[in-house]
Every structure is written in C-alpha cells, then in structure tokens.
Design a protein around this ligand. Structure first.
Ligand code: ZN
Length: 263
C-alpha cells in the first residue's frame, strides 16, 4: 500500500516524496479481509547500479536493464514473523533504451541458497507492459484488418498475463473473425474452415492444423478448460501464420515487379 501525502508544493513532485514519514517509522494498518493488524513503510530509495536481466518489449529477448527510480515498500505481519518487500521500479533496457515498469517482490518465507551457500530471498518480477520472452506480437502495419488485429492482441496479452482460458477463447475468436472477413459466415466453425480451404484461402495442410486449433478453442469456450502455455504458444503460431499468409504476405508481394507475360 503506497502512502499518499497531501501536496505542499505542487511545483515540486520530488519534495512530496521527501516529506514522506521517516522511513524508520512503521505505519500500522488493518489488513482486509482478515482484519489482522500489519505494519508497513514506504521509502524512496537510490537505485543500485547493478543491472537486472529482464525481458525487453522491443529487443524481443532478455537484456540488461538499469533502474531509473525505485520506491520500496516494506511490510511485516503484526507479530513480525513474516516480512515482505515490494520494489516499484522504472527500468530502462541497456540495449534499445526502452523504458518500462518492473514490480519486484521478495518474502522472508521464500528463500534459496546460491552456489556459495549464502541464503537469498527469491525475487519475483512482474513487468508492464506485459511481454513474452523472445516473442513480440505481430505489429500493426495496416494490412491486418483493425478488429482482427485488436482481438489478436487481446489473445496475445491473455497468454502473457496467464489467462489461459481467455487466451484459448481469444484465439478461436480470431479464427472466426478471419472467416467472417473473407465472407464465410454460414455453418459452424468446422464448415467454415473447410470453406477456407475450398476457396483456396488456406492450404489443405493448414486446414488440418486449424481443425486442431478449433478443437482447442472449443475446450476453452465450452468447457472452460485452461490450456498449457506450450499449447497456447503453438496455437498462437498457427494464428500468426494464418494472418501473415492471408493479409501480410499478399500485400507486401505487390511490391515485387510483375513477371513479363509468357515468361
Ligand atoms: Zn531492449
């Protein structure tokens, strides 16, 4: 819980932080819903110069990040037996300079030992904007219709933030939207996929893969069955392959000079 303090000088944001209660003073507050009393304090810290290895949204891989600003929240149980730290950090990729947000949490109940036998608290990172390691979403380039690209991004985000049922439903929705955009509206999804192949929008091999994807989407939509990350990433591969094959590649291929007639 961040401690908000009434602004005394609106022209200086930093002064508001400097006027926070003495870090040595721990505030007591009631935990909802257990109503137990807990204690916490919030402190503006000088960031360490040590870089963190985090996934970068732009580089598409894990890179070194420096911490630009750090607010530390410390809390403990009423009896002092359990302590927890949350660091709110603005971080910057040292490869591409992209700035993002990192929430780092540590708890006295989650410790491990390094190679030298020293105990450390295991950090857990939550990054915003959310991202998948080594995998950037398809960028909007005007070729994929807006509504389809929007739902695709929602499905991608659902995978990133670990909402597997919604991710499965979202990927199936993208497939349904592609069929509708191509004028295939009658019948169930099984018939629509067959129509995509009959109209030579997709290959016979793609049709078989899409039927598997349809099955995955059915389980998510009708049985609320969560799929594994590997299953969802494979399904995302299929959807991205479809979007590129139907919208992106044909549009970009127009830039290639036409072959002369008869050659
Ligand atoms: Zn980067």
């Amino acid at each position: 819980m961040l401690v908000a303090r009434k602004k005394q000088n609106p022209s200086s944001h930093m002064q508001n932080w400097e006027r926070l209660p003495d870090p040595a003073k721990i505030m007591e507050w009631a935990c909802y819903p257990c109503r137990a009393m807990a204690r916490e304090r919030v402190t503006l810290r000088t960031p360490s110069k040590e870089a963190k290895l985090l996934d970068c949204t732009q580089c598409g891989c894990r890179t070194r990040h420096r911490t630009l600003s750090l607010v530390e929240e410390y809390g403990e149980s009423a009896d002092g037996d359990v302590q927890g730290w949350t660091d709110y950090c603005a971080v910057q990729c040292l490869g591409c300079n992209t700035v993002s947000f990192c929430l780092e949490t540590r708890c006295s109940e989650d410790a491990d030992y390094n190679d030298d036998g020293e105990m450390f608290l295991v950090p857990k990172y939550t990054l915003y904007p959310p991202r998948l390691q080594g995998r950037k979403p398809l960028e909007y380039d005007g070729h994929i219709p807006d509504p389809i690209h929007t739902v695709y991004l929602e499905a991608y985000t659902a995978i990133v933030i670990d909402l597997p049922v919604l991710a499965g439903i979202g990927l199936r929705a993208v497939l349904e939207m592609i069929c509708k955009e191509r004028g295939i509206t009658s019948g169930r999804l099984i018939q629509k996929i067959d129509a995509l192949e009959a109209q030579r929008i997709i290959s016979p091999a793609d049709k078989d893969i899409l039927h598997n994807l349809r099955f995955l989407g059915n389980q998510a939509a009708h049985d609320a069955k969560p799929h594994t990350l590997q299953e969802l990433l494979a399904a995302l591969d299929v959807i991205e392959h479809l979007l590129k094959g139907i919208y992106v590649v044909p549009a970009r291929a127009k830039a290639i000079p036409q072959r002369p007639p008869g050659r």
